[in-house]
Design a protein around this ligand. Structure first.
Ligand code: E4P
Length: 217
């Protein structure tokens, strides 16, 4: 399963990419609004760092506006993916942009029915928001399970990008279900590394080693 970072922060992306665990990046208007500078330059820099799919979202809500912004975003770099919301206009825009060979990520997906529509119009990625579903007492991961099942039934090439991941269990469950990608904030990726027994075990190994060296001297 691929791992994307869900951020517009260059420092976080650089740090995680250097470890070799980042396959791509997702951004959204809220995330890019937190970062200084021109968003196009930020997205270009992100593409240069990760050299993998980088989602940039349209802010237009009408079809013509989405197409114009979609062309603008796609022109930033060959790795750019145009993110459109799951609205009627977004689905229409996805059909057109995908038909032109532009990769599209259909976002703000909360049901398997919405995911089916995204696949039908040639989306490269579909983004179910698991954390936000959990927030309203609906199992986000159950929705992912149903999307994976539907896509497998018809061999849709659309990749399931599990978004709004809030903790390592979302990532592990996504991998168990066969989702293609999980996108997580840097804090969740950091949490994937952690286990107290790893720290305790390492400390013990190093102490034993030092003790043995001291005796040999
Ligand atoms: C995905 O592409 C979105 O940017 C993101 O995962 C939303 O996550 P949030 O619900 O934590 O804001």
């Amino acid at each position: 399963m691929k791992l994307f970072v869900d951020t517009g922060n260059l420092k976080d992306i650089e740090t995680l990419a250097a470890l070799g665990i980042v396959d791509g990046v997702t951004t959204n208007p809220s995330l890019l609004a937190k970062e200084a500078g021109d968003y196009r330059q930020t997205l270009k820099r992100i593409c240069d760092i990760v050299k993998g799919p980088v989602s940039g979202e349209v802010t237009a809500t009408d079809y013509a506006g989405m197409i114009a912004q979609g062309h603008d975003i796609a022109a930033i770099d060959q790795h750019m993916v145009v993110k459109v919301p799951l609205t009627r206009e977004g689905i229409h825009a996805c059909k057109t942009l995908a038909g032109e060979g532009i990769k599209v990520n259909v976002t703000l997906v909360f049901t398997p029915a919405q995911a089916l529509l995204a696949a039908k119009v040639g989306a490269s990625f579909v983004s179910p928001f698991v954390g936000r579903l959990d927030d309203v007492s609906t199992s986000g991961m159950e929705v992912v399970r149903e999307i994976v099942e539907i896509y497998d039934n018809y061999e849709f090439p659309t990749e399931v990008l599990v978004a709004s991941c809030r903790h390592p269990l979302h990532v592990v469950e996504a991998a168990r279900m066969g989702a293609d990608i999980a996108t997580c904030p840097a804090s969740v990726i950091d949490a994937l590394f952690n286990h107290p027994l790893t720290n305790i075990g390492l400390e013990r190994f190093l102490k034993d080693w030092e003790k043995a060296q001291a005796v040999k001297v």
